[in-house]
Write a protein that binds this ligand. Sequence first.
Ligand code: ATP
Ligand code: MG
Ligand code: MG
Length: 551
Amino acid sequence: EQQGTNNFLRTIIADDLENGRVSDIVTRFPPEPNGYLHIGHAKSISVNFGLAEEFGGRCNLRFDDTNPEKESQEFIDSIQEDVRWLGFAWDGEVRFASSYFQQLYDWAVYLVEQGLAYVDDLSPEEAREYRGTLTEPGKNSPYRDRSVEENITLLTFMKAGEFEEGSRVLRAKIDMASPNMNLRDPILYRIRKVAHHQTGTDWVIYPTYDFAHGQEDAIEGITHSICTLEFEDHRPLYDWFIENLPVHSRPRQYEFGRLNTSYTVTSKRKLKQLVDDAVVSGWDDPRMPTIAGMRRRGFTPTALRHFCDMVGTTRSDGVVDVAMLEHAIRDDLNANAPRGMCVLNPLKVVLTDFAEDQLEVVTAPAHPSREDLGERQLPVTRELYIDADDFRESANKKYKRLVLGKRVRLRNAYVIEADEVIKNAQGEVIEVHAHTVPNTIGNDPEDGVKPKGVIQWVSASKGRQATVRLYDRLFDHEAPDKGDHDFMAHINPESLTVIQQAWIEPALAQAAPEDNFQFEREGYFVADRFDHSSEAPVFNKTIGLRDTWAQ
Ligand code: ATP
Ligand code: MG
Ligand code: MG
């Protein structure tokens, strides 16, 4: 699959191949397993896997698991599932940064031996003070000039668990006066006496992102280490390690702008808060911008990949209108989702010219232009449901649905005419009596009185009841976490409406979990991945029909 034209990385890679800097493209997607992947990660996945695919290279899936406290197997599993669901395959086995811990440690020892790293005893507060500011240079730590022997001894003790957490760190010896704060003797190792999900209690010191990432890239022979813009200032440090260590390959880091969409948050910390505070039912709640949530909502891998291509890959962070994502979803579903009929707010219609047990079956195409999707059978019976909004006792000419004394077409079936209403004690219409206009399946009425509209309907005796969940945006503010906003104050209180007694045409009960449909006149829906069964159908609304994206 070709990526959109707007991708500067493609030019870099093509040049590198042409001038022989590299002969094979190797990229990696390096999530930290501390949450579920979100729409921004989908972008990173599509960039890394997409470029590898396009240039005949490989892409590794590497868990950047250097912060054991926040990581878990649940996240490791969900991330693999999400990458596969998007339609990508990583090269070989999944990789773990933690499997390189010994090599990373050996390289730390190497730096100490070269006089390029030292154990520092400054407290975190003191270290902050010594670090200086953007406008003022930092000061050298009094421990900076320890001998190689002393440093080796102290590092060995650190590794053996002899020291308290926070009492010492290993730092690179670079330049405390560098205008780039990342080069002011960055930390390589911290003491953390916590068990790790992969390495258990083997380690009590853990490498920092900066010390780990580039070296992991070098170990794996990554040619293009693509990350987001916040790492731009870390690139000189990335290069410093690669230049000063005896690594066997020379990866290079490239940065692109993060993808964020309006009306959502994409920080894992904030997504976790939504889960922990039970604002949503879990990481895969259909309102979440997680890949698992979007999947459950009925978004498709094709649409997500197309969206990621459409937004392009540039060197600026930006917020993309969520309507553009929704447009991509609609586009795909309109072309591929079979049609069905569902009545969300049922009002009974009795066809008085039908006998009690009369059954006619009409055939309708599953899709207006996709013959390959086949046909469906729609039973017409004496009692039907239509949507209560599709009937009025009286209405002006703009109302193109059923009105007492007037006609409407039942989608794919007869034209009917409403004769009478039955009301309850409160005066509400609870039943409409109507008759079919003869010979109107596929034909206009012979008397020339054409109906103005077409409405969906379901047989009351042959249709099925279903639970339908209607979703709206989780946030009612387009930038819920920007500026002074507390994103939790912008939760849309109406983001979920559950309809327990919707009616669906019989064939829809046979849907498999995750089958997508267009419910005619209502929008796109998906059979819930976990809760749907043909005994108890459950559909989630993916998105409405109306496209709000101005191209
Ligand atoms: P968060 O801030 O949500 O915790 P992260 O960047 O720490 O995200 P990682 O698991 O480290 O999450 O991300 C894995 C990869 O995905 C990284 O290369 C990161 O740059 C990229 N990535 C994360 N968020 C986005 C985003 N919004 N747009 C594009 N790429 C992203
Ligand atoms: Mg990260
Ligand atoms: Mg993070």
